[in-house]
Design a binder for this molecule. Structure first.
Ligand SMILES: C[S@@+](CC[C@H](N)C(=O)[O-])C[C@H]1O[C@@H](n2cnc3c(N)ncnc32)[C@H](O)[C@@H]1O
Length: 199
């Protein structure tokens, strides 16, 4: 697949870039982003497109799906881009001091639906299902990780945007909507989360 000038090899067991991925790629180009940590990099589409636009920065990618971390690494080598890839959950092996303070996380954001979930592969469940409500994986990242800015995705199938804003306000975080896409069954919001009182 060719995406934004990047040649991406794909794998059936790794999330294939789709509408949500494209929202990140299109929107983050216009954001003042330096070094980044991407959680859940999948094929590497987002972090590779950022690295291609600003090659001099420090890029770290993690994915709990080992094949996805490997795919990001192989795609970075294929495109001559320098990305540090690790197969892990969130950013567990790292000391947070020294990591990029801007995080990108296109999380699994759908609510669990046990009758249909059981037909998904473990890799698809990891990529798609964010928890019973759908937003748990993102909230865990927010509570766990140290960041100034976190770019992420919210689906109306998990939570309404007003409720999400209220939940994050209680955590001292402002939610800025950067992009919105409406489908017949779902609305997706690309959000920028900024810690209040962090300069
Ligand atoms: C919706 S996919 C996004 C993939 C890619 N960033 C994209 O936009 O095309 C979510 C990704 O997060 C990964 N993931 C899920 N839980 C994770 C965790 N706790 N730590 C790291 N990666 C995780 C999945 O394996 C999957 O690759």
């Amino acid at each position: 697949m060719k995406l934004d000038g990047i040649q991406l090899d794909l794998n059936d067991l790794v999330y294939e870039p789709r509408e949500d991925t494209f929202m990140f790629i299109d929107t983050l180009k216009d954001e003042p982003i330096g070094s980044i940590l991407e959680i859940g990099s999948g094929s590497g589409a987002i972090i590779l497109s950022l690295a291609a636009h600003s090659p001099g920065q420090f890029y770290v990618a993690t994915d709990l799906n080992y094949l996805a971390a490997l795919q990001t690494q192989q795609n970075s080598i294929k495109n001559g881009l320098s990305i540090n890839c690790v197969a892990t959950s969130y950013a567990f092996p790292f000391r947070y001091k020294g990591l990029p303070e801007t995080i990108v996380f296109n999380p699994p954001y759908l609510p669990s639906d046990p009758p249909t979930d059981k037909f998904l592969t473990p890799e698809d469940r990891l990529a798609l299902i964010g928890g019973d409500k759908g937003y748990e994986s993102l909230i865990k990242a927010i509570d766990l990780l140290s960041f100034k800015t976190l770019y992420s995705m919210v689906s109306s199938l998990a939570v309404g945007i007003s409720k999400f804003k209220q939940m994050l306000k209680e955590r001292g975080i402002n939610v800025i909507i950067l992009d919105e896409k409406k489908f017949s069954f779902e609305t997706l919001w690309l959000v920028k989360l900024v810690k209040i009182n962090v300069i």
